[in-house]
Design a protein around this ligand. Sequence first.
Ligand code: ATP
Length: 136
Amino acid sequence: MSTFLLEIVTPDRLVYSEQVNSITVRGIEGELGILPGHIPFVTPLQVAPVNVKIGSQVTPFAVQGGFVEVRKDKVVILAESAERPEEIDFERAEAAKERAETRLNAGRQDEVDHRRAELSLQRAMNRIKVSGGIKH
Ligand code: ATP
């Protein structure tokens, strides 16, 4: 089975760098599958899991927005933050989700705060989904 190099990079660290068979990402226009030999392109990503397939094994990563860039030699995902399932602190994500929901339900905040709470909720839900509800 052919492979390509996938790198997941954040401002802090190289989260992942491996030869993989395929990935699926959620671009702004929806779900996208990337296989070896895909034509070069760049697109923004939603806050959503990136599923990485090697053989029959699929590993999800919690990727908080950013971009995917398909190059000739590799695929790079560049995001503000990204975590593997085992790196996720489930309780921290649950607490972030509750804080965001409280803010969203409180009403009377300005548009900027509302948007910020929505984005925080998306990140928390993405992490909860990817961690599979595993408590550490
Ligand atoms: P919180 O309110 O809990 O800080 P957040 O969504 O505001 O969550 P980010 O700004 O997206 O956090 O991330 C800041 C840093 O903390 C990043 O390095 C990210 O990987 C890490 N991080 C955030 N939440 C978690 C979590 N639940 N488990 C593990 N790492 C996390």
